[in-house]
Structures are given as C-alpha cells and as structure tokens.
Write a protein that binds this ligand. Sequence first.
Ligand code: GDP
Ligand code: MG
Length: 162
Amino acid sequence: MSVVAIVGRPNVGKSTLFNRICRRRHALVDDFPGVTRDRLSAPVEYEGRRFILMDTGGYLSGDATTFAEQTRRQVLLALDEADAIIFLADAKAGLHPGDEELVHLLRRSQKPVFYAVNKVDGREQEVHAAEFFGLGLDRIYSVSAAHGYGVRELLDDVVASL
Ligand code: GDP
Ligand code: MG
C-alpha cells in the first residue's frame, strides 16, 4: 500500500494534521511492517483510495543531535519510505530558515512533495503564508489542521499522485 509521510519542523502541526486525516484523537502506535517504530502510521481511506499515513517527529534514537538534525533525518527517512510527502510549515511562525533547508532537501526528490502552510485560521495567517511563495514553489496549500480548512484540497491532490 502507498505511504504518505507528513514532515516538517517541530510544532508546525504535523500530528494535528495526521489525526485530522485519520479522524483519530491520538496517533496510533505503528504496527505496519517496514515502517519503523519512532514514526506513527495509520491506514486511511479517502475518496475510495487507501493509503498509509505516517506522522514523523518522534525522537530518533542514535546519536544525540539537535532538533534541526533530528528533523533533517526524519525527512531523509520519509523520502526513503514514503511514496508521497506532505511538507508542513507554520503560518503563525512565518518562514523559518529551517523550512528553507528542508524544502531544499525535498526538492531534490523524485517523489511527489506537497508543500502546505498550516495554522491558516484567518486572514492574518494568509498573509504570513504568502512569505512561503518566496521559496519559488509551484503550489502551496494553505491549511488549518485544527479547523480542517484546506485539508480536502490538499488530500485530493495527494491521492491523485499515488
Ligand atoms: P507537530 O510537532 O508538528 O506534530 O505539531 P502538533 O500537531 O503537536 O501541534 C503543535 C501545536 O500547534 C499544538 O499546540 C497544536 O494545537 C497547534 N496547531 C496545530 N494545528 C493548528 C492550526 O491549524 N491552527 C492553530 N492555531 N494551531 C494549530
Ligand atoms: Mg508531532
């Protein structure tokens, strides 16, 4: 089954989006073969399409590293294991150098990557989301994982790529 991974810096709302798409209150502990333990995954059925959604951001055991390095490693693992990637950033925090670094990594991938800016709960955040256009991405999805805004539009394109 296809795997879709959600990646991004800590606190951008990955787990909130994961739970919204899975319609579960809590991310499930992973029990799918081939998907490692420090990431959580759950089966999703959306518009008749089935895939496994993977949340990332748990601490990777191994060398003690910074948050930035942990996040970078999560992205590399997701690029390895997933068929499509959702990159999430935070409109409330605005564009962060860490986002640029991750986008740089993801752009080298042959796999479909969907760039989304979360926490777009109102017009003020739409303005912040616009900062991300400077990265030169073709398409940026504005979403609110907490309220559900924009999530369908994003998912429609994700499942179409699988
Ligand atoms: P993660 O570290 O990327 O998994 O982020 P979490 O899902 O744990 O969310 C981090 C914080 O952002 C939590 O306090 C969430 O409630 C909050 N959050 C997530 N999505 C939204 C959103 O759409 N709008 C707002 N305002 N807050 C959000
Ligand atoms: Mg999380």
